[in-house]
Ligand binder design. Structure first.
Ligand SMILES: [Zn+2]
Length: 210
């Protein structure tokens, strides 16, 4: 789990991947990552979640695609495709309970050599992102980054369990109070036209009626 720069990287080590070679030789790799191996993801998981250490599976595939160079010649350029699937427990922002959120990542990257090259890279394709390659590329870090980016802006249940149950029960006392209150407030704000009509029939304004 810890990176060891002094040791030659094994070709299968996703934390020290020769990304250029991976792309050039069109290699494939796959694996599983636990949330506990991704500290920034783990920080998003509520402490009381039923399972804090869920597993994500990932697949990576290297390739090259011919691109026109400045000199007009075509040369193969390195690409990486990454797919990640799995679920993580998050806190629902509506009911504040934990729920399991499925996350999918499917990204294609053009691998460039330097940050400068990445900044200047013409992105005419929304589907392709740019990453700076390395001979000891930390794929786990990229996977964690992508998972963090794929987290919902406001995590929440599709249907919160409380709301769901009260609907099934036909309205408990708690759930029943709310519509009544709002209904009463609405009547106060907007005078009922029939009530006004009733007053007119009874002989005019309030002062005379009683
Ligand atoms: Zn909820």
């Amino acid at each position: 789990m810890t990176q060891n720069p002094g040791k030659p990287a094994s070709p299968a080590d996703p934390r020290a991947l020769d990304l250029y070679d991976f792309a050039k030789s069109g290699r494939q790799a796959a694996g599983a990552l636990r949330v506990s191996q991704m500290p920034r993801m783990l920080a998003e998981v509520p402490v009381d979640a039923p399972d804090r250490d869920t597993v994500f599976t990932w697949q990576g595939e290297g390739s090259t695609q011919p691109e026109l160079q400045d000199d007009g010649a075509e040369a193969p350029q390195p690409y990486l495709r990454l797919a990640v699937h799995g679920s993580v427990w998050l806190t629902c922002q509506r009911c504040l309970q934990s729920y399991s959120q499925h996350l999918d990542v499917d990204a294609t990257y053009r691998i460039v050599a330097t940050e400068e090259e990445a900044d200047e890279f013409p992105l005419d394709d929304d589907e392709v992102e740019v990453i700076v390659g390395s001979r000891q590329f930390d794929l786990v870090d990229l996977i964690e980054e992508e998972l963090l980016l794929s987290l919902p802006l406001v995590p929440k249940h599709n249907v919160c369990p409380e709301v769901h149950e009260s609907l099934l029960a036909g309205g408990s006392d708690e759930a029943g109070d709310e519509p009544d209150e709002s209904g009463a407030a609405e009547e106060e704000e907007k005078p009922n036209p029939f009530a006004v009509l009733e007053k007119l029939k009874q002989g005019g304004p309030d002062g005379k009626k009683h």
